[in-house]
Design a binder for this molecule. Structure first.
Ligand code: NAD
Length: 238
């Protein structure tokens, strides 16, 4: 089992859904966790439930100053060993109805939010000469999909940003990888088309199906792994 005793992980969008599953798993492996999210009530409840080694901070990933507060909370717990850039939103529409507002919103949270998270933690990780950045992309960052234009573009962007950072930051001891979940049952996917025909394993994922990928990339088992796309999709893009 992954050992993360004495490490600190910061998880954006950690109050519910996949983010909360990553928080619970990282904490269960011994890490201290900072849960960053817009959802104060859910985030505070999760931090209270986990108790020692868990903090909630109100985080808007589109804001540089908000990231500074989250990083400060992590440094207060000992540093930032792991950043999981998980916060994300999705919206849909055929291109004629996919207006500028939708585009801007999804790019701001999913892509710019990831970029700002990296910028916020890199000075701390560089000073420590270690760190693992895990950017949550999607199976939609591996292939096109009708009606999900901004989401797909943002997730391809996250994948590209990840690769570029892996090349740049390797010499500083910082690893950067992306995780690409398939169709996972969470509040985000409640209203999306959930056909099983595209999933060879024959079922939708639950958040715990993706946790192992994040733990692997967070811990020392992946010490020589950087710049990869870890796809956890039940075979959707096989
Ligand atoms: P979710 O909607 O359940 O959770 C997303 C979390 O991000 C929420 O807690 C939300 O409050 C938070 N968030 C949204 N905007 C934010 C902002 N500006 N600042 C801080 N927090 C913000 O969604 P989920 O399904 O758990 O998705 C988590 C991540 O996994 C997303 O990046 C999503 O794109 C990705 N993903 C999900 C699936 C899936 O099938 N559910 C598949 C592939 C990738």
């Amino acid at each position: 089992m992954t050992q993360l005793d004495g490490r600190v992980a910061l998880v954006s969008g950690g109050a519910r859904g996949l983010g909360a599953a990553y928080v619970r798993a990282l904490h269960g492996c011994g890490a201290s966790v900072v849960i960053g999210d817009l959802l104060d009530e859910e985030g505070t409840a999760l931090a209270d439930e986990l108790g020692e080694r868990a903090r909630f901070v109100h985080l808007d990933v589109t804001s540089e100053s908000s990231w500074a507060v989250a990083v400060e909370a992590a440094v207060g717990l000992g540093g930032v060993d792991v950043l999981v850039n998980n916060a994300g939103i999705a919206n849909t529409g055929r291109i004629e109805r996919y207006d500028r507002e939708k585009w801007d919103a999804v790019i701001a949270v999913n892509l710019t939010g990831t970029y700002l998270g990296v910028r916020a933690v890199v000075p701390v990780m560089k000073a420590a000469r270690k760190g693992s950045i895990i950017n949550i992309s999607s199976v939609e960052g591996m292939r096109g999909d009708a009606g999900l234009h901004g989401y797909v573009a943002s997730k391809f962007g996250v994948r590209g940003l990840t690769k570029s950072l892996a090349v740049e930051l390797g010499a500083d001891g910082i690893r950067v990888n992306s995780v690409h979940p398939g169709f996972v049952l969470t509040p985000m996917t409640e209203r999306l088309d959930a056909t099983l025909q595209r999933i060879p394993l024959g079922r939708h994922a639950v958040p715990d199906d993706v946790v192992g990928a994040v733990l692997f990339l967070a811990g020392d088992e992946s010490a020589y792994v950087t710049g990869i796309e870890l796809v956890v999709d039940g075979g959707m893009i096989a």
